[in-house]
Design a protein around this ligand. Structure first.
Ligand code: FES
Length: 101
């Protein structure tokens, strides 16, 4: 179990180790509109992991390939559907675009 902080809403929630970040956001009441259902192909779940990057799973090749096609990515960019919360340290994410509304 670890703590997930969701910005810009400022929500803090407990997340079980092994939970996908996308599922954790949904569990926390975030309204997520994804078109691919978590297959790293729509890019709608793009967000920034601003703290606790060691508390989440590593970037996968499929995720990296999709991120390369998106506008506005940075070194903290992840696709929430491809990220597993490891439970080793608290994580802070910043929602963007489709996820922040
Ligand atoms: S839900 Fe489509 S890329 Fe993550």
């Amino acid at each position: 179990m670890t703590t997930l902080t969701i910005l810009p809403a400022g929500i803090t929630t407990d997340v079980e180790a092994g939970t996908s970040l996308l599922q954790a956001l949904i569990n926390a009441g975030q309204q997520l509109v994804t078109q691919c259902g978590g297959k790293a192909s729509c890019g709608a779940c793009h967000l920034f992991v601003t703290q606790g990057r060691k508390g989440v799973s590593k970037l996968t090749p499929a995720e990296n390939a999709k991120l390369d096609t998106l506008v506005g990515i940075g070194s903290k960019s992840r696709l929430a559907c491809q990220v597993t919360v490891l439970g080793t340290e608290p994580v802070t994410v910043e929602l963007l675009g489709a996820l922040s509304g």
